[in-house]
Write a protein that binds this ligand. Structure first.
Ligand code: CTP
Length: 398
């Protein structure tokens, strides 16, 4: 079960064109098995109807403080009593101003003032409204009051202008909310992650690579960010979007990955080597495309440096975590690999269960023995791995 299953979210929707995105957001939250109670401002109902959000959330939507459906007329207390978090998306400039001044003249603003749960807001407005000193003052104030501000992003706006003030996309807000609920076990720690395959050139267009998608490494980077770490992600070629907030260093070959790791590793407290590094590279790759002819073509391969072994053999290595993808004898090969590479922790999976998939099964090997994680989506495995790393790291550095 994910950490946010059954979390109760009070979703506030205020008046702005981005209100239409609240429908998609509601669907995504419900899809994550969160309970969503929608409250709209009067102005929001001009952009999207309560019926839409009611259908998607499966609960009646409230707008007015004086709604007769509320038994004891105490909606402002009732709705936040059980909520795990209140998310206002979109939050208009006017609503931010109300929050900054503690104004409570409608149901949503009253709820925000009367709440005990954390409040997150996703601003959405025209770039000039965003830049206005009054808005910036209000933002500063609400941040000081402990309200979490998500975004906004920069980009094309509904008014046709270009600039800062676009609401984050619903999937980004979902990610941020999930991150909000994760314990900050690695706050202040610097984590270096390698991910994806490497690509070893044969000629100008061809190369040797492997079937690693990079999904596990990217999930580990995201889970480390969620845990409050500063994350650098060194990635081989993948089709994936890196997690927001990570410093990303794209590389191609194993040698490039080694160079990037060497440049970053001194600043890392924890090194998680998820990359499927090619064991060999092609000696003397051709600068130009090799033309075919009738002869047998022989490639000469030379061993690549072992990046992880390079890091563990440094005088003051960070806390190092290895990965192993095996196709058989998982336990035996993984533990042998852990000992050979002098690792406090190694995470192993079967290639048949992991490559390219969004789900996997992970077994952890450390000095205390073997720990099988429940199978599931890679992001959940990555979160469990980060929790395990945080425990071992704290024990090693106490
Ligand atoms: N690794 C690395 N550099 C390499 C090869 C592997 O940093 N040149 C790291 C991987 O990122 C992973 C761990 O070492 O964390 C294990 O990788 P794996 O390829 O499974 O191990 P090998 O030592 O190469 O053993 P084999 O290929 O024989 O299984």
């Amino acid at each position: 079960m994910a950490d946010f299953d059954s979390k109760r979210i009070l979703l506030g929707v205020t008046g702005g064109i981005a209100a239409y995105k609240a429908a998609e957001l509601t669907r995504l939250l419900v899809g994550r098995r969160m309970e969503v109670q929608v409250v709209m401002t009067e102005a929001a109902t001009r952009f999207i109807t309560p019926v839409t959000l009611q259908a998607l959330s499966g609960k009646p939507v409230f707008v007015s403080l004086w709604d007769p459906r509320i038994d004891n007329g105490m909606a402002h207390i009732e709705f936040t009593r059980d909520a795990d978090a209140c998310l206002v998306a979109p939050a208009s400039a006017d609503f931010l101003a109300k929050l900054a001044h503690g104004q409570a003249d409608d149901l949503l603003s009253t709820l925000c003032l009367a709440r005990e749960c954390p409040l997150l807001v996703a601003p959405a407005m025209n770039r000039q409204m965003w830049q206005n000193p009054a808005t910036q003052r209000n933002l500063e104030q609400i941040r000081r009051d402990g309200i979490v501000v998500l975004g906004p992003a920069s980009g094309e706006q509904a008014c046709g202008e270009w600039g800062m003030g676009r609401m984050l996309e619903p999937c980004e807000l979902l990610e941020d909310l999930e991150a909000f609920f994760q314990p900050k076990l690695l706050a202040g720690k610097r984590v270096l992650v390698t991910a994806g395959p490497t690509f070893e050139a044969i000629d100008a267009v061809r190369g040797i690579t492997n079937r690693s998608s990079g999904k596990m490494g990217y999930a580990v980077a995201r889970a480390a960010l969620e845990a409050g770490a500063t994350v650098t992600l060194i990635t081989g070629p993948t089709q994936l979007t890196p997690p927001r907030g990570a410093k990303v260093i794209p590389v191609v070959s194993a040698q490039e990955m080694l160079n990037a790791v060497n440049a970053e590793v001194d600043a890392a407290d924890i090194f998680i080597s998820v990359a499927a590094v090619a064991d060999y590279y092609v000696l003397n790759p051709s600068e130009h495309k090799i033309k075919k002819d009738a002869h047998i073509l022989t490639l000469e391969l030379a061993p690549n440096p072992d990046i992880l072994a390079n890091v563990t053999s440094r005088p003051n290595p960070p806390f190092c975590v290895g990965f192993a993808a095996e196709s058989e004898n998982l336990h035996e090969f993984a533990e042998l690999k852990r000992r050979r590479k002098h690792l406090p922790l190694l995470a192993a999976n079967l290639v048949q269960e992991a490559v390219g998939s969004d789900t996997s099964r992970l077994t952890l090997f450390d000095d205390n023995g073997v720990h099988a994680l429940p199978p599931g989506p890679k992001i959940e495995l990555a979160r469990a791995l980060i929790r395990h790393i945080a425990t071992l790291y704290a024990a090693t550095n106490s």
